[in-house]
Design a protein around this ligand. Structure first.
Ligand code: QV4
Ligand code: CA
Length: 512
């Protein structure tokens, strides 16, 4: 009996590391600032048919509405209550989206802002997405309700009440992050309000949560809240399924707080991943692509089964958060596709693809002063719908990286090779590398400034394969490069550094 109990406990706790994606689906997409109606349509017309596992959505709850600057994207990181209305839509639209996406096997992961409410300078009134009244100065949020008993003002020991030193774990947790009113998460009442908010979302059908600003919450408080969460809705998930938890903890090393304080609760964002990959692919500081032979734990990253990995995120693609100038984004499209292609081919971590909107950057002294600009919107501040062009790209300044052929095909590649070992490594000692995933997939990169012409052992069965980067398999033909694998598994790869994309990938589902 004891053994059984032990297994049950391990089963319960370990399940929060499991993304809960449908079998054979390995990747989620952050549809940043998309409207619920558009996400539902995208699940049915694109994400389901192409095997994506899920969508991270922008914060779903009542948030402050700001006019100065005009409706910045970050207003949604300033909660006013836990009612489900935001710039992306109302509760009914949210419910419809979850049902429609779940029904095609694309699950929903909510960006949960539970460390704080709005900025201390948020003022008084009903300037919120649900029209809820609040008074930031008085810590009064009647639509929850929260009052000044529910905030950390008295607990913070810095003069300003704000975080002043990231090496002091107490400040980082108990003081205000950039002026955001810090919730007293040790209080049963506050934990209860947050658990109710998240359980309401679980009952609607969501599969898990991104815990925003997790570094600013005591691990014990987070655990006390996640332990109160219901199992997922059995309309779509097996009985006893625990919500997937991934915590935003920026840890590039050298701070007072470390990621491993959180890896017992759920997965953690591995920010070292994107920061180092950007350096390598940009070939900065003498970094070479051949160095990634031991990529993952070998580079000091957290264990693969605790890591949530990404090339860029909504913060560091615009200079917020961590990573700096090395971060690859859609603005550097050719390098970005290599970075995302590498992430999706390599077995380390659970992968998230960023899907962005374009804004008119304006660099002043090296900083983009337009980093606040919100999504494509109409004159009244409402967010524009996402138009899909005939060539399957998106219009109206929605970037839709997830729809780029190279990225969509690498998401499929990741599904095809899921569970297969990292094999058949080759490198030229510089920036040309290749590796396989068991006998189901193989990828080759040329990031040197010269032509690449090599014959490599792919580990794949003999046949004629379509390169899914320069094209794809359509019917009985390849629209791009064709690669012939001989009976001994060898194949010749000729990749020019002048090619549109200087990498090639083949897998057993793209064989003629
Ligand atoms: C300003 C001053 C404060 C002052 C305050 C008065 O800086 O000193 O006390 O006014 O009200 C916006 C403004 C910021 C302003 C703040 C509060 O940019 O200048 O403070 O509002 O009014 C996003 C944006 C922030 C934004 C915030 C709230 O990035 O710029 O702040 O939303 O709207 C650390 C954390 C990490 C965090 C990262 C950005 O460890 O957890 O910083 N990342 C997450 C999210 C991120 C979000 C938050 C956390 C906050 O990914 O998008 O910040 O929810 O590394
Ligand atoms: Ca806090």
């Amino acid at each position: 009996m004891k053994l059984l109990l032990l297994f049950v406990c391990i089963g319960l706790s370990s399940a929060q590391f499991n993304p809960n994606t449908r079998a054979g689906r390995t990747t989620i997409v952050h549809l940043f600032e998309w409207r619920w109606d558009d996400i539902a349509a995208e699940c049915e017309r694109f994400l389901g048919p192409n095997g994506f596992g899920g969508v991270q959505v922008s914060p779903v709850n009542d948030h402050i509405v700001l006019n100065d600057p005009w409706r910045p994207w970050w207003q949604r990181y300033q909660p006013i209550s836990y009612k489900l209305c935001s710039r992306s839509g109302n509760e009914q639209q949210f419910r419809d989206m979850v049902t429609r996406c779940n029904n095609v096997g694309v699950y929903i992961y909510v960006d949960a802002i539970i460390n704080h409410m709005c900025g201390q300078g948020g003022g008084t009134g009903t300037h919120s997405s649900c029209g809820s009244y609040f008074n930031a100065g008085a810590r009064d949020f009647p639509s929850v309700p929260y009052s000044n008993w529910d905030f950390n003002d008295g607990k913070c020991r810095t003069g300003s009440g704000e975080i002043e030193n990231y090496n002091d774990a107490y400040q980082v947790r108990d003081c205000r992050l950039v002026g955001l009113l810090d919730l007293a998460l040790e209080k049963d009442y506050v934990r209860g309000k947050i658990a109710d908010f998240l359980n309401n979302l679980i009952n609607i059908g969501v599969a898990g949560f991104r815990l925003d600003a997790a570094k600013h919450m005591w691990p014990g408080d987070i655990k006390a809240i996640t332990d109160r969460l219901n199992n997922l809705n059995t309309r779509w998930f097996p009985g006893g399924t625990r919500p997937f938890i991934f915590q935003e903890v920026i840890d590039l090393g050298g701070e007072g707080i470390s990621f491993n304080e959180y890896t017992g609760i759920g997965r953690v964002t591995e920010f070292k991943y994107g920061a180092r990959l950007g350096n390598i692919i940009r070939k900065w500081n003498g970094e070479k692509l051949s160095y990634v032979r031991n990529w993952g734990e070998g580079w000091g990253f957290m264990s693969s089964n605790r890591a949530l990995v990404f090339v860029d995120n909504h913060d560091n693609q615009r200079g917020h958060g961590a990573g700096g100038a090395s971060i690859l984004t859609f603005w550097d499209a050719r390098l970005y596709k290599m970075g995302v292609g590498f992430m999706l081919a390599h077995p380390y971590g659970f992968a998230r693809i960023m899907s962005s909107f374009r804004w008119n950057r304006n660099f002043v002294n090296g900083k983009d002063v337009n980093d606040w600009i919100g999504p494509p919107s109409n004159g009244d501040g409402s967010t524009k719908s996402v138009p899909i062009n005939a060539d399957s790209t998106c219009g109206d300044n929605w970037v839709c990286e997830h729809r780029w052929r190279q990225i969509k095909n690498m998401a499929i590649f990741r599904n095809v090779v899921d569970g297969q070992a990292f094999t058949n490594w080759w490198d030229n000692g510089s920036n040309q590398i290749a590796f396989g995933r068991g006998n189901r997939g193989f990828i080759v990169f040329n990031n040197d400034d010269w032509y690449m012409d090599v014959t490599l052992n792919t580990g794949l069965p003999a046949g004629t394969y379509c390169d899914v980067i320069s094209g794809q398999k359509e019917g009985s033909r390849c629209t791009g490069r064709q690669i012939t694998v001989a009976s001994n598994g060898n194949a010749r790869f000729q990749i020019s550094n002048q090619d549109e994309d200087s990498f090639a990938a083949i897998h057993v589902d793209a064989r003629l």
